[in-house]
Design a protein around this ligand. Structure first.
Ligand code: BES
Ligand code: ZN
Length: 444
């Protein structure tokens, strides 16, 4: 484990923030570190240039008659701000209270390295792998994988496989192994509302021209009805209804009661679409979220200004069979229809990703469950995930293979937030799980 932790610490020291262009060199250095690690394991590894951050593919020697397993992961991370809320510098990992604290510790360097080290241990012990393995690692997941979709389309043959395994999701609670068989999709956009050509004195002109900040508030409010249903016309048209076996199964899953949600998030109440449990709201229902809202004076004290513009950033989490492009159109129509009088509206459509679901009871699903069971010593629970990994549905469409999601993140590991952390016990269990996984998939 000491050697493995050293590897993880080295991996975590790269500030591989994919969205920040000043870190492009760090993303590349991180990619080269992975390349060297893969080569040291005796795998055939190649770094592929893209328009932005490199993609890395590695393989063992493939043999006829063996199952081909693709393991996908990402080595980029989210930005670290607000930096002042971190107890330790985000790229100077520390081990404390059984956890490793650093940006990317859970999402996704710790989980990615568990894949790698599980393979390394198998190779050291057995000299070979029971499967034909393909590692596919990208540096752009946190920005919507813009270059990976064309890459998998171009390299269909190189990436052809029977099944895909990914550790980039969560466990419902500590010690409860969790297999994911679905992910929400996503559609993002940003709106800018403009009024007067410049900021105005709110006394001299207020009342005679519309206030863009008021207008953006009305627009945000128009997304939902008064009880929490999304009010965009046609939004729910393609939502696949929840199946009764899923409702029954999820009702038994620990860690997702309203009380759990309140405890983990610190929110004063659970809240969401009427008629659904928290688990159902998270895993099988779509959302409309405001991720950012700005306009007018934000400084100390008051300033009697009528701001010239205001903006909002939206993201919509989608479920099967909603289509991000179709949703983007419906959102645009809704915003145009509801923009208040007296301001102009500009919409910028952002990145998106399709929702994903597969059968958790397939032979590969069962192999994934067995690997989790042996690593954690407990029967796994089956869930869909609220988060998104856009490439998973594309791989299902392009490569024709399903993905089993073998998450090692815990609800309190603070991914995307200050003080991100990864439990060492999950790192260790993850390394073991990957060794069992290869064996189980080989015989599936
Ligand atoms: N690992 C997460 C996704 C995730 C987290 C899935 C927890 C399930 C449980 C991934 O790195 C991520 O953050 N994805 C982004 C994708 C987006 C930027 C297109 C997300 O979900 O916001
Ligand atoms: Zn993430």
């Amino acid at each position: 484990m000491n050697e493995h932790l050293e590897d993880l610490f080295a991996f975590l020291r790269f500030p591989s923030i994919s969205t920040a262009s000043e870190h492009a060199g760090d993303v590349r250095d991180c990619g080269n570190w992975i390349l060297a690690k893969l080569e040291s394991m005796g795998l055939q590894a190649t770094l592929h240039e893209t328009a932005k951050h490199p993609i890395i593919v590695a393989k063992n020697e493939h043999q006829k008659g063996k199952k081909t397993v693709l393991i996908y992961s990402h080595y980029d991370v989210q930005p670290v701000d607000p930096l002042e809320l971190w107890d330790h510098p985000p790229f100077d990992p520390v081990l404390k209270d059984g956890r490793i604290w650093a940006r990317g510790a859970t999402d996704n360097k710790g989980q990615m390295l568990a894949h790698l080290l599980g393979v390394e241990e198998t190779l050291r012990r057995d000299g070979e792998l029971p499967v034909n393995l393909i590692f596919l690692f990208e540096g752009e997941e946190e920005i919507g994988s813009p270059n990976l979709v064309p890459f998998i389309e171009k390299h269909k043959d190189l990436l052809a496989c029977d099944v895909i395994a990914v550790s980039d999701t969560g466990m419902v609670a500590r010690g409860v192994p969790t297999m994911g068989y679905g992910l929400r999709g996503i559609s993002c956009c940003e709106v800018t509302l403009r009024g007067p050509s410049g900021d105005l004195h709110s006394g001299v002109y207020g009342g005679a021209v519309a206030n863009p900040a008021t207008a953006v508030a009305r627009l945000v409010a128009s997304l939902h009805d008064s009880v929490g249903n999304i009010a965009i016309e046609g939004f729910y048209d393609d939502v696949r209804p929840l199946e009764s076996w899923e409702r029954e199964m999820w009702a038994q899953v620990p860690g997702v009661s309203d009380e759990d949600i309140m405890r983990v998030t610190g929110a004063p109440a659970a809240y969401g679409e009427p008629g659904y449990s928290s688990a159902e709201r998270l895993w099988a229902r779509p959302t409309a979220e405001v991720n950012g809202l700005a306009g007018g004076y934000q400084g100390e004290g008051s300033k009697t200004v009528l701001p010239a513009e205001a903006m909002a950033k939206f993201s919509f989490r989608l479920v099967p069979d909603q289509d991000p492009a179709d949703i983007a159109k419906k959102v645009e129509a809704h915003l145009k229809k509801h923009v208040p009088a007296g301001v102009t509206l500009e919409i910028e459509v952002g990145h998106d990703g399709k929702p994903y679901v597969c059968d958790p009871h397939s032979k590969y699903g069962k192999a994934g469950q067995e690997a989790l069971k042996q690593a954690f010593g407990k029967e796994p629970v089956l869930i869909r995930e609220g988060g998104s990994i856009p490439i998973i549905k594309d791989m299902q469409d392009v490569l024709g293979s399903d993905t089993i999601l073998l998450g090692l993140a815990l609800p309190d590991c603070q991914i995307h937030a200050p003080n991100e952390n990864f439990w060492v016990e999950n790192f260790e269990a993850g390394i073991k799980m990957n060794q069992v996984l290869l064996k189980e998939l080989a015989k599936a």
